[in-house]
Design a protein around this ligand. Sequence first.
Ligand SMILES: *Cc1c(COP(=O)(O)O)cnc(C)c1O
Length: 455
Amino acid sequence: MIIEIQSLNVLHDALERLEEGFSDLPEYSPSVDLEALQRVMVEVADRMQDNYPYPHPMYCGQMLKPPHPIARLAYALALWINPNNHALDGGRASSVMEKEAVAEIAGMFGWETHMGHLCSGGTMANLEALWIAGNLTSRKKVVASKQAHYTHERICGVLGLEFESVPCDSRARMDPVALKARLDNGDVGTVVVTMGTTATGSVDPLPEILKLRSQYDFRIHADAAYGGFFKLVDNLDPETLSAFECIHEVDSIVVDPHKHGLQPYGCGCVLFKDPAVGRFYKHDSPYTYFSSKELHLGEISLECSRPGASAVALWATQRLLPLVPKGQFANDLGKSRKAAIRLHEMIQDDPRFMAAMAPELDIVVWAPKAKRASEISSLSKAIFEESAAQGLHFAIASFSASLLKHQWSDIEWDQQDVTCLRSCLMKPEHLDWIERIWQALDKATKTLGKTPIIE
Ligand SMILES: *Cc1c(COP(=O)(O)O)cnc(C)c1O
């Protein structure tokens, strides 16, 4: 069973409670043709069967984490009102809930004051952060690591800002020496520090980058779209931990509640340390929908209409699972981290495989051993497909020779890139399932026959 439906009763009761708030209105009953709904919904369910089993622990491929039942229910309940968090006029309660939920996220990062809001996702959130950064740095250059999310370069294109990438060390983290060389040119205005890269979960060395900031003048934007919530986790490596411990010193942060925050898609968050950046958003709306003097979120957001339901879902989730160290939310994330450490150890102990790098968060990257990069790539793809045939779902990802040639010194690089297996162990249940996952990987690898081993 992957479809939990018991909680629907809770939604039914909560909707009746919601109705009570509007009981003084003249009688009105929206009509529905239940038979027609049923007909189409059966078709919808049939169509939706064509998916990988994302909610199941045997799905451990891409960054897909099921929303918490409370998020689904609260989102659904909000849809009966369908609030728009652009202005208080269209989303009264949900705007207040958004401000509260966002303040809790800012608090998690150690910020007592901030300016921020939800948006459609990490890409939109990064766009806003870099738009503000460009405005505050006389439109000087933006740099990010070679492993930073690909959208940063494209966002800079949209904003008309110059972009340059900085090489990484062997653990896919920005190389501070290479960054210093860029800074010496004097044209860098903003450094994007990735706190958990999308490919490998690598965390850029923020403490060293902060040291550079005391010598050079630049803004720091932390792209913590994936990794942000690991701020709460206590089983990180010392270097990773030290980066999260100083995240409050950056100028802006992006985190995606729809990645690790148990939310449905459409929930990113951008935060600025200095609330005064709100002045860049100033606009004179031709409409008169800003009816009160209180802050309307549309006054500090690039997007106009935004789903109040997202805010309601996030608020409810954080109400149930507060963003505190050692709380259930933190412990569950810690389990994902533990599962990654375990899988990495199993890979290291097995002569058929080689790890690409030690995981910093909960993403594990490895490959079957072979002599040449081309063979490794085709074996990775074959294991990916054979595992899937057996109900175990990984992802594959391509990495450049320059990133892996130091740890895989015996490999003949007959091509520039190599395809590896990649697993995002985002569900806490992955920890309990790790033996089953390993058995299925072992079986898939054996089914493929003899795997050449480097002596
Ligand atoms: C996922 C991700 C993004 C993009 O976020 P979306 O929510 O997919 O738009 C940006 N940066 C990092 C590090 C990410 O992992």
